[in-house]
Design a protein around this ligand. Structure first.
Ligand code: AMP
Ligand code: MG
Length: 348
């Protein structure tokens, strides 16, 4: 299959292209498109056969359910059995945007989309191209990240092409995404709203709207119970090199990383470093990459996955990364980075 790439300008969306992509979705084919979080791999969520193509294209385990993307509140009613007041309040505040809510599903949603669960995860994204894609594609688009399972999520159309070339018919190229890590997932199906995956929308932001919110205990590395979002149990985003996070005061971290790099280089081991604009000049050797600036959290989150992909193309065998746990998005960024590192963290 030939993969066609169509450039789309979010400020001036070409309706002809959207019609073409929408027709593919309606016919049960896959189309990748940008959202404000990462690039999504879209299929008609109400068509079990179309959803099955997503699993095949990604090599995604079949128990890992898909998020259904909608473009208006009216659409929520068809796919859910029951909409609690909290869902309306959260939608009012955060939709369209990077928040996914888990609700009880209606019969309209096939089990092939929900991985056999009686609940459905729903999001209304804010990216103008994503919203148009949903409308043209029939209103209900399942769209997990458009990467091969186990690879970093795509934040550029070229990342999608790297993983999906020859496998899907079309990619809409809307440029770099803004947030760069996946949506916050909150479960509203039992008692206290529970965060199943941290993201741009933080616990504090949710609590301002609905009161007490808890974090799924299954998310911590030492938990005995599995995470409630089936996808969170898989070791995603593992780079080819061994990744280790070095955490502590800035000067101590720089000193430690430089010492480790020297030790590796004396043994002929090619070493990578993930720093920031504030620190990269302090690392004299190794393959040094900047994640962004600590003055702007979005610059960090939006570069995380592309840096991991870049290291996969390099000769680095070991990578040391600074830690990014501070700030509002700290827990979301560290959740992804710790997974990529297989939870290897060194405190200095
Ligand atoms: P992705 O779309 O690749 O970012 O992954 C979607 C995430 O949402 C995975 O971690 C899924 O396990 C999770 N998810 C989707 N539907 C549900 C659901 N009904 N209940 C719990 N988690 C879900
Ligand atoms: Mg994913």
């Amino acid at each position: 299959m030939q993969t066609i790439i169509r450039k789309v300008d979010e400020n001036c969306i070409d309706e002809k292209i959207m019609k073409e992509a929408g027709a593919l979705l309606k016919a049960g084919a896959l189309v990748a498109f940008p959202t404000e979080t990462v690039y999504g791999l879209g299929a008609n969520a109400l068509d079990e056969k179309a959803a099955a193509k997503i699993y095949a294209a990604k090599g995604r385990p079949s128990d890992n359910p898909l998020i259904v993307h909608i473009a208006d509140m009216e659409s929520l009613k068809l796919i859910t059995e029951e909409i609690p007041e909290a869902a309306y309040q959260l939608a009012d505040k955060f939709w369209p945007g990077p928040l996914t809510m888990v609700l009880k599903k209606s019969d309209a949603v096939p089990y092939g989309t929900t991985g056999g669960l009686d609940t459905v995860a729903v999001r209304m994204p804010s990216h103008p191209i994503a919203l148009e894609m949903i409308r043209y594609g029939g209103g209900y688009i399942a769209a997990p990240s458009a990467n091969t399972s186990g690879r970093p999520s795509p934040t550029l159309a070229s990342h999608v092409l790297d993983d999906m070339n020859g496998i899907i018919p079309m990619i809409l190229d809307g440029g770099a995404v803004g947030i760069g890590i996946e949506s916050t997932i909150v479960d509203l199906t039992e008692g206290v709203p529970t965060i199943l995956r941290p993201g741009f929308i933080t616990k504090e932001m949710l609590e301002e709207v609905v009161g007490e919110v808890q974090i799924d205990k299954g998310l911590s590395a030492d938990s005995k119970t599995p995470p409630k979002a089936p996808g969170m149990k898989y070791r995603h985003y593992a780079p080819k090199a061994d990744l280790m996070i070095v955490e502590g005061a800035r000067e101590a971290v720089i000193e430690k990383i430089n010492a480790l790099v020297q030790e590796n280089e004396s043994k002929g081991v090619c070493t990578g470093i993930i720093g920031t604009e504030e620190t990269i000049s302090r690392y004299p050797s190794g393959i040094v990459k900047s994640m962004g600036t600590r003055r702007d959290e979005l610059s960090i989150s939006s570069h995380l996955y592309s840096i991991l992909r870049e290291f996969d193309e390099s000769d680095a065998e070991i990578i040391y990364s600074e830690s990014f746990s501070e700030g509002a998005m700290g827990s979301a960024i560290m959740n992804r980075l710790l997974k990529a590192a297989g939870h290897k963290i060194m405190k200095v």
